[in-house]
Each structure stands twice: as C-alpha cells, then as structure tokens.
Design a protein around this ligand. Structure first.
Ligand SMILES: Cc1cc2nc3c(=O)[nH]c(=O)nc-3n(C[C@H](O)[C@H](O)[C@H](O)COP(=O)(O)OP(=O)(O)OC[C@H]3O[C@@H](n4cnc5c(N)ncnc54)[C@H](O)[C@@H]3O)c2cc1C
Length: 343
C-alpha cells in the first residue's frame, strides 16, 4: 500500500512519519521549494528570519513527547523570550510561564526531521485529482494526482490532504464528476469546509540601522493595525549582525491591505513600531511576505471532517483543530491513524 500526502507542512510531515513508522509507504507532494509550509524562515546572511509561525508551544502529552525528541536531536530549542504587551497605548511586561519553542537552525527544521529519508516531491503543485473506484483492464483503482505540468502520479491506495480549506475545496472539485460513484461523497466533503476559517497576515521584517533600545524580545499587540512584534535575533541560533524586527499585521489590517505594495507596508510597520516604543527608527532593509491563509478566524467554527472509508481519504491541517503548530501535528497523526485503522 502507498499513501499520497499532499502538503509538506507540519500536518503532512506528522502524517507521513506516523505511516512510515507503521511500515506503510508514503509519497509527499508540496508546491513549495522546501518543506515547512507556514513554518518557514528565510535565510539572511549566516542566520534565518522567521516569517510565518514565530514559535510553538506544547500542551498535549503526545506533542510534549515529540518536542522532547526534537530537543534531543537539536532541531528545536527553547526561546526564553521577554514578552511584553501593548494595549490602549501602553507597553507593559507580560510575564507568563509558557515554554516557547523554535525550530533550529530554521523554523522548518522539525518538519524536515519528520520527513527525513521520505520521498518528497517539491515544486509540485497538485492541480487535479482523480479517484478511480474500480480497476479496469488498463488502470488500477485508487487516487491519481496531477501536477501543474499535468504529470500524473499514482495510483495510491489512500490520500491524506493538508491544504487550507479554500485550496482543498478547489482541488476536490477537480476529483469527481456527476455520474461518477464518488461524486456525492466528494461534494458532501466540500460542503463541510469553511473557507473563512483561516485569515490573512502580512509579515514585514525590518533590519534596523541601529539596535532598538528596549528589553522586549516580543510584543503581543492587543489592538490596532499589528498583532505581533519580535526581535528575531533574540531567538537562540538566530544571531545576526543587525537588529531584525518582525511585524505581523492584524487579520483585519492584512485583509484591508491585501494588495498593498511592500513599501507601503514597511512604512506602516515602521510607524507602528515607533508608536509602540516611542523611538525613531531607521530601517536599512525590509522583507515582506503575504500569507493568504495564516491563522484561525475565531468567529468561524469548522466541524470535524470525517475520514472517508470508501475512498480512503483523510483530511488534516491545523485549521481542523483550532490552528497552531501543535494542532497541525496532532491532526496529521490522527489522519495517519485513520488510514492505518483501515488497512
Ligand atoms: C503569520 C503566521 C504566524 C503564526 N504564528 C504561529 C505561532 O506563533 N504559533 C503557532 O503555533 N502557530 C503559528 N502559526 C500557525 C502555524 O504556522 C500553523 O498552524 C502550521 O504551520 C500549519 O501546518 P499545516 O501543515 O497544517 O499547514 P501548512 O503549513 O500551511 O502546510 C500546507 C502545505 O500544503 C502545501 N500546498 C498547498 N496547496 C498545495 C497543492 N495544491 N499542491 C501541493 N502542495 C500544496 C503548502 O505549500 C504547504 O506547505 C502562524 C502562521 C502564520 C502564517
């Protein structure tokens, strides 16, 4: 049996690893040039800048155990950040006992560790699916995947998807046609997906000409245009010759400025930082990244998407469990176990 996993983020990597450990063959597909998905860092000189997930936490016993393994392997380190919060125009220390972890040397390191020695097709955007319920004289039953060049992969005896719901809806719609046996099941699944469950986020990293005068490593911004600020070089293993600050815009502001130019966003991010820290800053260079599907929309409830036994189709992704890296991992493990229970 070979299982196809679409998406090489944390959910896909956790699913692929769980299946491999149970002796099942897997093939993983991702449209990106590297694994990691929303856990992604960009190289900057000798170090990395985290543009997506900033850190992760571990609450469930299973994930705590996984994080301990990553710590022992050196692909994860603890970030003892001095956290502040900014609310109603006031910056104040925000002390908590949360243990925050980051991937090392880059955020995607634990994802890469899970995918070690597994066949991953990168730069491979799955654009079309085909599910063949019964074998014919010329074709075996199962899932067939087609990439952006219409190259075909498969058949696979089971499929795990980890795409955000909007992209999953589009992809599933290519997978069946009226009159085909799986049509009803696939459209039933499409109708359960909540496209609004993930909201956008603009990320701006600013390299400062002179270090900012503050004890804060990170600021949770409770109101206004931005939601988060972090000194990237305060993270272990991210030492940089310059002071780098990463700004995440709030979902509302990101949605409003979805088509904005990098220069406009950088100007806004600089103004927000000056307001919060009450200092003039000079930006020597900036990097922007737009995440269309970033973090959970608290106003939307996504129902559980059941495993489809007939088609051996499992859906995973952080958004099924309320977002966050830990939930991405849990959803991937759960999807793999659903497939394993069915072989
Ligand atoms: C700005 C931002 C800040 C965040 N901050 C935090 C934080 O501080 N703490 C925390 O715990 N979490 C945070 N998160 C959330 C965290 O990054 C996610 O919960 C987690 O990485 C999701 O993993 P996933 O595998 O479910 O999805 P993804 O990482 O999105 O993986 C899905 C993968 O599918 C691939 N894909 C999509 N379509 C196709 C296709 N057609 N064909 C092939 N491949 C495809 C994508 O390239 C991607 O690699 C943040 C996210 C963002 C964007």
């Amino acid at each position: 049996m070979t299982v196809a996993v679409i998406g090489a983020g944390m959910a896909g990597a956790a699913a692929a690893n769980t299946l491999t450990m149970a002796g099942i063959q897997v093939e993983i597909f991702d449209k990106g040039r590297a694994p990691g998905g929303r856990m992604s860092s960009k190289r900057s000189g000798q170090s990395y800048l985290d543009l997506g997930a900033q850190y992760f936490t571990a609450r469930s016993a299973a994930f705590v155990q996984q994080v301990e393994q990553w710590l022992a392997a050196g692909v994860v380190r603890r970030w003892p950040a001095d956290c502040y919060q900014y609310q109603s125009g006031r910056l104040s220390e925000s002390v908590d006992d949360t243990w925050r972890y980051i991937g090392c040397p880059a955020m995607q390191a634990p994802v890469k560790a899970l995918l070690d020695k597994k066949p991953v097709h990168l730069d491979c955007r799955i654009s079309r699916l085909r599910y063949l319920q019964e074998s014919s004289l010329t074709e075996a039953a199962g899932w067939y995947l087609f990439d952006q060049h219409n190259t075909s992969f498969g058949p696979y005896q089971a499929l795990i998807t980890t795409l955000p719901p909007v992209q999953l809806q589009t992809l599933l719609a290519t997978g069946s046609h009226p009159g085909e046996p799986a049509y009803g099941d696939i459209y039933g699944l499409i109708s359960q997906l909540q496209p609004q469950v993930l909201l956008p986020c603009w990320a701006v990293n600013m390299q400062l000409a002179a270090p900012l005068q503050t004890r804060a490593d990170a600021v949770f911004v409770k109101d206004g245009n931005i939601s988060w600020l972090a000194r990237q070089n305060s993270k272990p293993g991210r030492a940089n010759s310059s002071d780098n600050w990463l700004v995440h815009f709030s979902p509302q502001c990101s949605a409003l400025h979805l088509q904005a130019e990098p220069v406009q966003l950088t100007a806004l991010a600089k103004a927000e930082m000056e307001l919060i820290f009450q200092q003039t800053i000079s930006v020597s260079s900036a990097l922007t990244h737009r995440w269309l599907y970033a973090q959970i929309n608290p106003a939307v409830t996504q129902v559980k998407v059941d495993y489809n036994q007939g088609m051996k189709l499992a859906v995973a992704g952080d958004w099924l469990l309320g977002g966050r890296v830990e939930n991405a991992w849990l959803s991937g493990v759960t999807a793999a176990k659903e497939v394993l229970a069915d072989v």
